[in-house]
Structures are given as structure tokens and as C-alpha cells.
Design a protein around this ligand. Structure first.
Ligand code: FE
Length: 335
């Protein structure tokens, strides 16, 4: 009863109404930086199938990680869900996630998309790839991320801000492949090719391509999917770079069980359910992402982009080398 009251108090102010008739153990508490519109339908489905209620709080990844850290053992959160391996790595590094022993997760989640101490697991994948104006660029002119630093793209490249973790993780992976000297050179090339100041988000970047402000850019696939869903004839094409070298940078959304979870078993049951084929189609499909469980069907929009070679390096590197990547971007004048 005391625990129940504590939870009630801690959960006050959360976005979802707390239902007092539920006993502890029949619910899982999730902190999520994956947005509400993407998780609510999935959690509703889970509750429908299992009777277990999912109480969640959504917010930006950084503040949620800080909140978990400051709450410590008092946290009501059982599961931390977020996007980008860089964020999951941070949470694990701060001791906020616990190792999980799970045959289901080991079988379903490829090694490069899970922590080597099993503190987090990927659930859906998104590629951060090259997009181009179908009116002004032929795909044959494109080759690699590094190639966007060539002088022929001068005044034609658009980039999202380097403050976004997506770009920090991507540059961290390129840094792993190419080393600091080449990476800095590439970043300086990108900056000198910019057609416009950096964008706040991927959608604005693609709108700039449509408007003729620039010809090429780098975005997460699902943002293109959303635009294509609204307008199938949008003059923006998707290109898979680095097919003969390191592969396309793929990142993930994923989750881990908190160190101080009050219901770790219930949290694990939810995590395993999310990785199963039955849930994967909805979990990935709702955001036009790639399911991490490769037995799952792809959304038709996702399927239309075709198959590609992905970078298969372990995504923990995106966290490990993130600070270095940020420093290089800063030095190159990439804002
Ligand atoms: Fe996003």
C-alpha cells in the first residue's frame, strides 16, 4: 500500500491519467522520449492483450535521463525508451539501466543493435541517408556521405543542425571508419558546400529541397516517409550511400530496464513483447521504420525504398565517440 501511494505521488503530473484501482505489479511505468502518438497505440494493444497497464511519461531524452538520475532509487520508472543509440548509451553509462537476461531479445535483436552488457536493446531501425531533388540531381551523381564534401556540391547541400543527436551519432560512426583527420576534412567540405544555414529538423530540410533552396541533404528515412505519405509525388528521392564501402548509417529506437525498476519482470515482459513479430509490425510501421525483428513485414512505404547495405558496426560506438564527433563538428564550423 505504501509503495502504491508513493507511486501515485510520483506519477502525479504525468501525462496519462493514473488509474487508482490497479494494484502494483499489474502495470509497467515507462519513461519515453519516443513520442506519445507512436507509443500510445502500441501500449493500448499490450494492455488489451495482457491486461497489464502501461503508465508512461514522455519528454526529451536528455531531461528524462537527468530525471532518472536525480530520482535514483525512488524512480517510478521500470523501462526507459528512447531514440538513438547515443541516448541509450548515455543512460547505460550513467548506471541507469540494468543488464537483462533474455533469450527472446538475444534471438531477435541483432548484436550490433544491443548493448554488449544487455542494458538496452533496439526495437526499430531508421536509416540516416541521402536525399536529393529529383528535378536537379541524378542518383548516379551521388555516391557516399564523404562525397557530399566534393566541390561539385558547393551551394547545393542542406544539413540539419549538428546539435541533434542523429547527426552526432552519424558523425561518430563515420569517425570510427575514417579517423579524425579525414572526418574533419569531410565536415569542413560539408560546411563549405552549405546552401543555407543548418535546419532545425529533417522535414524543414526536405522542404528546402522542394523549394529549390538546395539539391541534396541527409535525413532519417521516416521523415521522408511522412512527406511521401502526404504527397506521393514529392520531388525528393532517397539514395543509399556507401554501398560499396561502410554501408548506410542506421540508428534505432530502443529501450532498457531501469536499475531501480520496481517491476523488472513486468518491464521485461513488455520489452520482449515489443520485440516479437506481432508487435513489431505496429511498432515500426506506425513511424515508417524498419522492424528490428527481421521476420517482420515492412510497411509498404518503407518497402518502396528498396533494400540496402547497412553499416553493421556496433551502435554503442555512436555513444562512445559522440563527444569526439561533437568536437570535430565544432572545429569544422558545423553549427
Ligand atoms: Fe526523429
Amino acid at each position: 500500500m505504501v509503495r502504491y501511494l508513493v507511486r501515485c505521488v510520483l506519477l502525479m503530473g504525468l501525462l496519462v491519467p493514473y488509474s487508482p484501482q490497479l494494484q502494483a505489479g499489474q502495470e509497467v511505468v515507462v519513461y519515453s522520449s519516443r513520442s506519445e502518438s507512436l507509443i500510445k497505440p502500441i501500449f493500448d494493444l499490450y494492455t488489451e492483450q495482457t491486461g497489464v497497464k502501461v503508465v508512461y511519461l514522455t519528454g526529451e531524452a536528455g531531461p528524462l535521463i537527468a530525471r532518472l538520475a536525480s530520482e535514483g532509487a525512488r524512480t517510478p520508472a521500470d523501462l526507459f525508451m528512447t531514440v538513438d543509440a547515443g541516448n541509450l548509451w548515455q543512460a547505460a553509462e550513467k548506471g541507469l539501466l540494468r543488464p537483462v537476461k533474455s533469450r527472446v531479445l538475444e534471438a531477435v535483436v541483432p548484436d550490433q543493435y544491443q548493448d554488449d552488457q544487455n542494458r538496452w536493446f533496439g526495437l526499430s531501425l531508421r536509416a540516416r541517408t541521402v536525399v536529393y531533388s529529383t528535378e536537379r540531381v541524378k542518383p548516379a551523381e551521388l555516391d557516399t556521405y564523404e562525397g557530399l564534401a566534393d566541390a561539385r556540391w558547393k551551394g547545393r547541400l542542406c544539413l540539419r543542425t549538428s546539435k541533434k543527436v542523429y547527426n552526432q551519432s552519424m558523425v561518430a560512426m563515420l569517425l570510427e571508419h575514417n579517423g579524425p583527420v579525414e572526418t574533419e576534412k569531410m565536415l569542413k567540405g560539408w560546411v563549405s558546400n552549405l546552401a543555407a544555414p543548418v535546419f532545425a529538423n529533417d522535414t524543414a530540410l526536405m522542404e528546402a529541397i522542394v523549394a529549390g533552396q538546395c539539391d541534396v541533404g541527409i535525413v532519417n528515412t521516416y521523415y521522408l516517409g511522412r512527406l511521401q505519405h502526404q504527397n506521393p509525388d514529392i520531388p525528393v528521392g532517397l539514395f543509399w550511400p556507401n554501398q560499396k564501402t561502410t554501408g548506410v548509417h542506421v540508428n534505432l529506437s530502443g529501450a532498457g530496464i531501469t536499475t531501480h525498476a520496481k517491476s523488472p519482470k513486468a518491464a521485461q515482459a513488455l520489452l520482449e513483447w515489443l520485440a516479437k513479430r506481432s508487435a513489431q509490425e505496429a511498432f515500426a510501421g506506425i513511424n515508417m521504420e524498419y522492424p528490428v525483428n527481421d521476420a517482420t513485414r515492412w510497411d509498404p512505404v518503407v518497402k518502396s525504398w528498396g533494400k540496402f547495405e547497412a553499416d553493421e558496426s556496433n551502435l554503442a560506438i555512436a555513444g562512445q565517440r559522440q563527444q569526439e564527433a561533437i568536437m570535430l563538428m565544432d572545429r569544422a564550423g558545423y553549427n
